[in-house]
Write a protein that binds this ligand. Structure first.
Ligand SMILES: Nc1ncnc2c1ncn2[C@@H]1O[C@H](COP(=O)(O)OP(=O)(O)OP(=O)(O)O)[C@@H](O)[C@H]1O
Length: 272
């Protein structure tokens, strides 16, 4: 499924958070969404997932404006994995993952054999089969994160939008998840703070700063020492790993004034 946006803008309490964003993610592409804290990644993802109504612009799934789709129709196309869902429930893990089947069920019908098979396959994909019967409250942070990802897979979406899904995961599970996303048939947009993971597993990277998309391209074109200085305010050296992907070596935070970002639209007053 192709996910596109043009002229996307969203404000919170009168302050622009997402500003004039245009993007085009091709079917099956795995795209990383990068940017410093507060740059607007989560807000953009929520606009793309139909969870926020943009003030300006249009999001389309395969050319269909999302504003013309019902929540159920959206959920049949796209799954969203939040940064921290804060879910607190008495349900078992398998039931939480089963929530991903909601868009496909009649309100009063319980899960059928097909739903159960889809949920079992989703748990298997994230390596949580052994914990299927455990109470949700007993899970560790990383196990919950993987269960949320299984819930998204159980939704059998055409597009996956994920907000820092590697946050609570140990290194092995970070690598496994990124491999899963890169190999998935779905169109994937994933917000990440780990630039090494992004460089290693994403086909393309989008870089946000102050609500604006300031770079969009191959990892080696987006992860430059200039962008790391201007946008992330760190001193870093870029080299190529054995497979030619960019590898980042941090020297430390930049102190003092750094040049402003290579904005595609006018910067907000007071930005670097
Ligand atoms: N509902 C809201 N009301 C007020 N301000 C908001 C709201 N949602 C987001 N913001 C503000 O918008 C800015 C962007 O937030 P957002 O969560 O989109 O950034 P982010 O890039 O995902 O950040 P992080 O990397 O820290 O998760 C922040 O300054 C945030 O405080």
């Amino acid at each position: 499924m192709r996910i596109t946006a043009e002229g996307l803008g969203w404000s919170a309490s009168g302050t622009p958070v997402v500003r004039g964003v245009g993007l085009d993610i091709a079917p099956g592409e795995t795209v990383g969404l990068l940017g410093p804290n507060g740059s607007g990644k989560s807000s953009l993802l929520r606009c793309l997932a139909g969870l926020r109504v943009p003030d300006t612009g249009t999001v389309r799934y395969d050319g269909v404006p999302v504003r013309d789709l019902s929540p159920r129709a959206i959920a049949r196309r796209v799954a969203f994995v939040a940064q921290d869902s804060g879910l607190d429930t008495d349900l078992r893990v398998t039931d939480v993952v089963g929530l991903g089947r909601t868009p496909f069920r009649d309100r009063w019908r319980g899960p059928d054999a097909h739903d159960r098979a889809v949920v079992a396959a989703a748990l298997e994909r994230v390596g949580l089969t052994a914990l299927a019967g455990r109470p949700w409250q007993n899970l560790s942070g990383g196990e919950r994160q993987r269960a949320h990802i299984a819930r998204a897979f159980a939704q059998q979406p055409y597009g996956l939008l994920l907000d820092e899904p590697t946050n609570h995961l140990d290194v092995k599970h970070q690598l496994e998840l990124m491999e899963l996303l890169a190999d998935a048939d779905q169109t994937v947009l994933v917000a990440l703070h780990d630039l090494a993971l992004a460089a290693r597993h994403c086909d393309r990277l989008l870089l946000m700063h102050d609500g604006v998309l300031v770079a969009d391209g191959a990892p080696a074109d987006v992860l430059t020492s200039e962008n790391l200085a201007r946008i992330f305010e760190v001193e870093a050296e870029l080299s190529a790993d054995a497979l030619g992907r960019p590898a980042v070596t941090y020297r430390g935070p930049l102190r003092g004034t750094v040049p402003g970002p290579p904005s595609r639209s006018p910067s907000r007053q007071g930005t670097p």
